[in-house]
Design a protein around this ligand. Structure first.
Ligand SMILES: NC(=O)C1=CN([C@@H]2O[C@H](COP(=O)(O)OP(=O)(O)OC[C@H]3O[C@@H](n4cnc5c(N)ncnc54)[C@H](O)[C@@H]3O)[C@@H](O)[C@H]2O)C=CC1
Ligand SMILES: O=C(O)CCC(=O)C(=O)O
Length: 418
């Protein structure tokens, strides 16, 4: 990553910035800058060769004023207590800006899953699920997928929880496979909201999405779906990257074929339809109409932001811009659609999954996508209204003004401090 900025400090500075436009007391703002509780646990797991290995894992329950804690579980070597705290705070303001009745949480294990077999990962996941069981629940805390986790891990966690609790409760976790209670459209939802938000921003800025050029950093679940859907909307994907490097073709390329190449070889690099291979950093500074960072935090810091040439950024990743980068991009009039709105499709369809699990009644994909579209458009409209009302220069601040007010209202309505 380009920068070592502490993401928890970034979250707190984003909240401080928005607080200056809010009539919320300093005491409440201070409370809304910290998690309610953080689980830190050690998982000792048997490896295939019979040896034992210890893994550190976290679950941060940041805020439950608007509903059960909600947020993904990440497997990555760079997971840390502060990263998980930041991600759980971003979840709190994400569920608030899209106005769904959930709070914010996040979890993670310090592990590189590429180094372990499937059976080792299953034992690790089940060990974490055992530690999580007293904390999670359909009305308490509902985890979901994030970086390097997906349906497989969610199914293991559901099964472990249901076994310990002697129940059938698919709504304890979302992002499951369809036959285990997963929702249609959940896999695509994060990329889908990223491009719906981009389309709304282009419309707001009077820019044409048809023929617009797009660069996508990170070609995993969020990034590759965003590339596919923006291509279907008539834009031209000219660059993409993953952890092995980047590819570039000024005339555009087929994002689905690039993904097939990645499935076969492990990377977009080497995909034959492109003219040039470029670095991850180059992808972020190309002269494109739309940039979609879809990898990890701190991808763009203040120095790199000086070289960014995109007109609009739609943040599929959580926390891809440091506060320094935000300031530079604001000066350059780059319109940044903040992560808490742009990537909120994932948690929104997780919410739909939870609703469907509770009702034991399932929707088709068309209904999921229609309901998602309405929620993201409403959230974008709320952002724009506040952006104009306060004459703000940074859309992120507008999103936080709306979201913090909603969380503060719920806190106040519950009776404030004990
Ligand atoms: N999966 C979901 O539903 C949601 C994911 N997000 C966020 O989206 C981001 C990506 O998550 P997923 O797509 O789920 O993860 P993923 O594990 O499916 O994909 C991550 C991708 O980023 C690439 N990558 C890692 N480091 C990179 C670098 N330095 N430069 C370029 N590419 C790099 C990886 O090679 C991989 O292609 C994360 O910030 C995550 O928190 C946000 C909302 C929901
Ligand atoms: O689907 C969810 O509940 C949360 C997804 C997530 O972790 C995120 O939005 O960052």
């Amino acid at each position: 990553m380009a920068s070592q900025v502490n993401p928890f400090e970034s979250l707190q500075s984003q909240i401080d910035e928005a607080a200056t436009y809010l009539d919320v007391s300093d005491d409440v703002i201070e409370r809304l800058k910290h998690p309610e509780r953080v689980l830190e646990t050690n998982l000792t797991v048997e490896l295939d060769d019979g040896s034992l290995e210890r893994f550190k894992a976290f679950r941060s329950q940041f805020n439950g004023d608007r509903g059960p804690y909600k947020g993904g579980i990440r497997y990555h070597p760079d997971v840390s207590r502060d990263e998980v705290k930041a991600l759980s705070g971003w979840m709190t303001y994400k569920t608030a800006i899209v106005d769904i009745p959930l709070g914010g949480g996040k979890g993670g294990i310090i592990v590189d899953p590429d180094d372990y077999s499937e059976s080792e990962l299953e034992r690790l996941t089940r060990a974490f699920a055992k530690e999580l069981t007293p904390l999670i629940g359909v009305d308490r805390d509902v985890p979901a997928p994030d970086v390097n986790t997906g349906q497989r891990e969610m199914n293991w966690i559901k099964d472990t929880y249901e076994t310990f609790e002697n129940t059938t409760e698919p709504g304890v976790i979302t992002g499951k496979a369809p036959d285990s209670g997963g929702s249609a459209g959940r896999v695509e939802a994060t990329g889908r909201s990223t491009v719906i938000a981009a389309r709304e921003a282009f419309d707001y800025l009077d820019k044409d999405l048809e023929g617009a050029t797009v660069a996508v950093q990170g070609y995993g679940n969020a990034g590759w779906i965003a590339a596919k859907l923006i291509d279907e909307m008539g834009a031209t994907v000219v660059a993409a990257s993953d952890s092995s490097g980047g590819i570039y073709n000024p005339d555009g390329f087929d994002p689905v074929a690039a993904k097939e190449h990645k499935n076969e070889t492990g990377s977009v690099v080497g995909y034959e339809e492109v003219e040039e291979e470029i670095t991850n950093e180059d992808v972020l500074t190309l002269d494109v109409d739309l940039l979609i960072p879809a990898a990890l935090e701190n991808a763009i810091d203040g120095d790199l932001a000086a070289d960014v040439e995109a007109d609009v950024i739609s943040e599929a990743a959580n926390g891809p811009l440091t506060p320094d980068a935000d300031a530079v991009l604001e000066d350059k009039d780059v319109f940044v659609i903040p992560d808490i709105l742009a990537n909120a499709g994932g948690v929104t369809v997780s919410y739909f999954e939870w609703v469907q699990n509770r009702q034991r009644f399932y929707w088709d994909e068309e209904r999921v996508n229609e309901e998602l579209e309405a929620i993201i458009v409403d959230a974008f409209d709320a952002l724009v209204e506040t952006y104009e009302e306060h004459d703000l220069e940074n859309p992120r601040t507008a999103a936080y003004v709306v979201a913090i007010q909603r969380v503060a209202d719920a806190f106040d309505e519950a009776g404030s401090f004990p």
